[in-house]
Design a protein. Structure first.
Length: 242
């Protein structure tokens, strides 16, 4: 970096940015995904059935005395139900603020006909958590975790057709942002989340200590920073399945 003219102070800042960007969102995202699954027997059953099926198809089994599971990329490409659960969990808990610098005078045309004039030097902040993720017209019952929301009704493929005002939307779920600065770590992050859940569900049974307790609300003071943290901890018990 130094050879390319990046001075020492900026190099440290960049390394710190990368540290935060790669760690800051993945941990809370893994927390929410596992919690939503543990809290919904139907969702947990569906994802576990998928995990067990893939294990069987690859000649593996999670049982006493069996060798450790060998989880391959190919296996993680066959998890339509888990993919939907990941998308749904991110829809409900990833609330980034997308900030863009206006480089020249321009106007922004909204779908409903409104138009905003933007001046060179302005900054625009978009908050898709409210405009897309939580819009009940796009995602009915937006505050309810529906593990199969991003799965076609017959379960054959990922659901990508979402509508508002009769128009099909390009941006209906934006945990990774959009455009040139869209999260470059998204494939890595999704793989981390999927590996974590795949292995947890393969090896363990889960039980909430207080099943009557509501899912903790998100901490709104962290809106805009990425994946939101819960306002309190959750206690759960886990044990080997075999
Ligand atoms: C669940 C986990 C993650 C979420 C929800 C997330 C979300 C985001 C969002 C919303 C942005 C800003 C996008 C925009 O401005 O349009 C971003 C940027 C970024 N993310 Fe992630 N991210 C995650 C994991 C990761 C991981 C694992 C890495 C690295 C291995 C990473 C590296 C980055 C970097 C370097 C940027 C800056 C990109 C730029 O400004 O050009 N992220 N991420």
């Amino acid at each position: 970096m130094a050879e390319q003219g990046v001075e020492q102070g900026m190099q440290s800042r960049y390394m710190f940015l990368l540290l935060w960007a790669s760690q800051g969102n993945t941990g809370p995202s893994a927390f929410w995904l596992l919690l939503y699954l543990i809290s919904s027997p139907k969702a947990l059953g569906a994802v576990r059935a998928e995990v067990d099926r893939i294990l069987r198809e690859t000649g593996q089994e999670a049982k006493a005395g069996a060798p450790p599971i060998e989880l391959t990329r190919d296996m993680l490409l066959r998890t339509l139900v888990l993919d939907s659960a990941v998308d749904e969990s991110l829809r409900m808990t990833a609330a980034p603020m997308l900030v863009r610098a206006v480089l020249e005078d321009t106007s922004l045309q909204m779908a409903d006909g409104r138009e905003y004039w933007l001046r060179k030097g302005d900054r625009v902040a978009l908050f898709p958590y409210l405009s897309a993720h939580m819009d009940p017209e796009i995602h009915p019952q937006p505050h309810t975790f529906q593990f199969d929301r991003f799965l076609q009704a017959d379960g054959s493929s990922r659901k990508t057709d979402f509508y508002k005002g009769g128009k099909r939307l390009k941006y209906y779920n934006m945990p990774w942002g959009a455009g040139v600065s869209m999260c470059p770590g998204r494939f890595f992050a999704v793989n981390e989340l999927k590996q974590f859940v795949f292995l947890m569900l393969s090896y363990f049974e889960f039980e909430l200590v207080n099943p009557e307790e509501e899912i903790p609300p998100i901490d709104c003071s962290r809106w805009a920073l990425g994946t939101i943290h819960p306002t309190r901890d959750i206690q759960f018990k886990y044990r080997l399945r075999f």
